[in-house]
Design a protein around this ligand. Structure first.
Ligand code: UGA
Length: 434
């Protein structure tokens, strides 16, 4: 199968490498020529475990190539995976300009039957616009179909998720498109659910919003736990033992971030409202999440009173572990709030510090980046943990405490055992437990 993957962002790169690994002949195409050059040289623009090796192996085997010539990539392929960005627009809805641009490009280069596959997360009914756009701009009678095949990969385990998916959703409206799509995922045929296109599009938004809802739900329970003698970790464990609920995505903390949940939740709210559906449930999910940062900072204030002129160490900047991504990370709002209150920050992250530096440049006084957690803790009046990096569990906390001005420790991800941290002499606060 000849496949073109249009767009080489997170989803595009993983999709291109994964489909090549499945044995297809894949071209990853992007109009950013310098980016393509770098990828060809083996420089991967993102940190994602296993991606470099998968790309290199398939580039070597010749099953994968990269090109800045989008037109040629479209012309040569039978199936086109659209992986361009759908960023959040001003009103919360997804900005579809890049999808429209690619649809026009496909129309202009339609030289035979092709299936155009929506891989990026798009609002339900997007396929109608893609079809209309291609029909509007194509110059011949060549036929095409649109299909929806939403991506469920998680940053940090994207390669694993692509190669070993829980499910593959294929939304189609013709047998021809369905047969082609089934061939692409032949090796996972027991995992495939075929639906119509609207359903497939909605499954993606519905899944992400449900997981976001689950997180806000446990965070709401954490608030209740903080006013009682209950422990949210055990509440989550007890709930999760019921297989109807499931244990995953019940980790209380400072809220969900990243390029997907916050954006997809807002997009689904907007889609629903435009369709005349009351979306209060999801609005509340978003509101609870927004409030996490304020509640977290309240814990700091309850320990330090005034933040002005204090030095606060922040460990963990990425929106979750195993990624260098800081998009919509709670740490951004936390650091901004600390600076707004007149505090100095000392920041550390194993992978995401460079991306954070673009938002909060190091000035040596108010914003300092530590080369290690212990260095970040130097002279701090309090230490905050914002990302549950596994390596933080191996920290020499006694050494960290030695370096701090005050042993105040606020754990936004419930990484540590409260008794053990307190035994070292810290004043320790976490989420939803004493
Ligand atoms: C999410 C979905 O999990 C993927 O299935 C989906 O494909 C992807 O969005 C997407 O739409 O592309 P991702 O954003 O990479 O993946 O990260 P998650 O692992 O889902 O975590 C999202 C946020 O929720 C993180 O900030 C994490 O810290 C937070 N989280 C997660 C919690 O606060 N508690 C939990 O129990 C789980």
């Amino acid at each position: 199968m000849k496949i073109a993957v249009l767009g080489t962002g997170y989803v595009g790169l993983v999709t291109a490498a994964g489909l090549a690994e499945f044995g297809h002949s894949v071209v990853g195409a992007d109009k950013m020529a310098d980016k393509i050059e770098r990828i060809r040289r083996g420089e991967i623009p993102i940190y994602e475990p296993g991606l470099g090796a998968l790309l290199a192996a398939n580039l070597r085997r010749g099953t994968l190539s990269f090109s800045a010539d989008l037109a040629a990539a479209v012309q040569a392929a039978d199936v086109l995976f659209v992986c361009v960005g759908t960023p959040q627009g001003d009103d919360g809805s997804a900005d579809m300009a890049q999808i429209e641009e690619v649809s026009r490009l496909i129309a202009e280069n339609l030289n035979g039957y092709k299936v155009v596959v929506e891989k990026s997360t798009v609002p339900v009914k997007t396929s109608v616009w893609i079809k209309r756009t291609i029909s509007l701009y194509k110059k011949n009678e060549e036929e095409f179909d649109v299909a929806s095949n939403p991506e469920f990969l998680r940053e940090g385990s994207a390669v694993e998720d692509f190669l070993h998916p829980d499910r593959i959703i294929i939304g189609v409206e013709s047998d021809r498109a369905r047969d082609l799509m089934l061939r692409i995922y032949d090796r996972h045929k027991d995992r495939i659910l075929v639906t119509n296109i609207d359903t497939a599009e909605l499954i993606k938004h519905a899944s992400n919003s449900f997981l976001a809802l689950k997180i806000s739900y446990i965070n709401l329970m954490a608030n209740l736990c903080e006013r009682t003698e209950a422990d949210v970790e055990l509440v989550a464990k007890g709930m999760g033992l019921d297989p109807r609920i499931g244990a995953r995505f019940l980790k209380a903390g400072i809220g969900f971030g990243g390029s997907c949940f916050p954006k997809d939740l807002k997009a689904l709210i907007k889609i629903g409202e435009d369709l005349g559906v009351d979306m209060s449930l999801l609005k509340e999910t978003d509101r609870i999440n927004q409030a996490r940062v304020r509640l977290f900072l309240d814990k700091l204030k309850s320990a330090l009173w005034i933040l002005g002129d204090k030095t606060i160490a922040v460990l963990g900047l990425a929106f979750k572990p195993e990624t260098d991504d800081v998009r919509e990370a709670p740490s951004i709002r936390i650091v901004q709030a600390l600076l707004d209150e007149g505090a100095r920050v000392r920041l550390y992250d194993p992978k995401a510090a460079d991306n954070m530096r673009e938002l909060f440049p190091e000035d040596g006084v108010r914003v300092v980046y530590g080369a290690s957690p212990a260095e970040a803790a130097e002279g701090a009046n309090a230490l905050l943990v914002c990302t549950d990096w596994a390596e933080f569990l191996d920290l020499d906390l006694a050494n960290v405490k030695e370096r701090m001005a005050n042993p105040i420790f606020i754990d936004g991800r419930n990484l540590y055992d409260p008794a053990a941290v307190r035994a070292l002499g810290f004043e320790y606060f976490s989420i939803g437990r004493k």
